[in-house]
Design a protein around this ligand. Structure first.
Ligand code: ZN
Length: 370
């Protein structure tokens, strides 16, 4: 499970700020476990072949509302939310264990196997609840890490260095989250808002990419920024020595075809998400099926992923939403009606997650200029 074959050299340890920077509490291990080829779930590593049908971007539990004083990364930093910035309609969150369990069981009942929960720091990520819900449901759950949108950044984000942020994320992926031994299996969703890109989000992004390089974990980026800014985001990730086929770009399936194509050309995965919010948006779904179809026709199926991004009460079936089966109930039948084959659906729902979620071998961070 944690065979260590990669040792951080002293220069790396220094570069990570582990030895002398006074952050002993958050020190990442000096050996990074190599789980190349395996997917890290909240119940430990599994073979990629065990993933099955996978939802790549959900939030089984999420809370935009409470100050997560109990829920910072395992360091002495204090995480504080800015309540005024809570996106409208999201305030209620998903915090009831039984409600969330019932909701994900719908996915299990139709043959679903794995849910990636990309609740990152700032969204009340709860490792113990995720581990329990995975055990009770029998679904694989992969947990996120890293920092969400700048509105939810720690109060002391400005004072934290890239090295310190990297250290926090590496700790999460290699040792465990929030004082547990439950390890994150994906770095994300990393919140990028842009317009313009701010220093704090670029710092969080750079730390996430560096941690992806050091640990071998995949990356998931939340994108609200412009295409030009997305290209900058991808440049930052590449400059940290992370290949872009390790990156899922959330919320980008909604963009126009030229934007999607520009992303595909960089080698990332484009994600269609945020489905099934009540009142169910029939016309919007027709548009989405069209955009999915256009990208499939353009030969991009191997870089496409789909998920509901369930993060609000109105997305649950009990509240009139589509729940965790909406993609299977509405979107996939819509694609099939247009002649999309089972093989292509399998590529999107099974093979692509199986390609991007397994870790790659850990590598030393790239030396940065200046
Ligand atoms: Zn997001």
């Amino acid at each position: 499970m944690s065979k260590s074959v990669f040792h951080l050299g002293l220069s790396t340890v220094l570069a990570l700020g582990l030895s002398l920077a006074g952050c002993a509490q958050s020190a990442a291990p000096q050996t990074i476990p190599d789980i190349a080829g395996k997917v890290m779930t909240v119940n430990g590593p599994i073979d990629a072949s065990e993933l099955g049908e996978t939802l790549m971007h959900e939030h089984i539990f999420i809370n935009f509302q409470k100050a997560p004083a109990m829920n910072p990364p395992p360091t002495d930093i204090t995480v504080v939310r800015v309540p005024a910035e809570i996106p409208e309609g999201m305030a209620a969150g998903l915090t009831d264990f039984n409600q969330s369990l019932n909701a994900i069981m719908d996915f299990k009942k139709i043959g679903g196997k794995t849910i990636v929960d990309v609740s990152s720091f700032g969204l009340m990520r709860d490792p113990l609840a995720l581990q329990l819900v995975s055990r009770v449901s029998g679904l694989n759950v992969v947990m996120g890490a890293g920092f969400y949108m700048r509105q939810m950044h720690p109060a002391d984000m400005e004072q934290l260095s890239v090295e310190q942020l990297t250290d926090i994320i590496v700790q999460d992926v290699t040792v465990g989250a929030q004082g547990t031994n439950i390890r994150a299996g994906v770095i994300g969703e990393v919140g990028i808002v842009g317009k313009p890109l701010e220093q704090s989000e670029l710092k969080s992004l750079r730390a996430s990419a560096r941690a992806a390089r050091i640990t071998g974990a995949p990356l998931n980026i939340h994108n609200f920024e412009t295409l030009e800014e997305m290209m900058t985001v991808l440049d930052v990730i590449e400059s940290e020595g992370v290949e872009l086929n390790r990156v899922v770009m959330s919320h980008t399936g909604e963009r126009d075809e030229a934007t999607r194509e520009a992303l595909f050309k960089r080698g990332v995965y484009v994600e269609w998400d945020y489905f099934g919010q009540a009142p169910l948006p029939k016309e919007k779904d027709v548009e989405r099926i069209e955009s999915l179809y256009a990208s499939i026709q353009a030969g991009r199926a191997k870089q496409m992923v789909m998920s509901h991004d369930i993060c609000t009460q109105p997305q649950l079936k009990e509240n009139g939403g589509g729940g965790y089966t909406y993609i299977h109930d509405v979107i996939i039948p819509g694609l099939k009606a247009k002649g999309v084959s089972d093989e292509i659906i399998h590529t999107i729902m099974v093979e692509n997650p199986r390609r991007v979620l397994p870790f790659v071998a850990p590598q030393a961070p790239v030396a940065q200029k200046g």
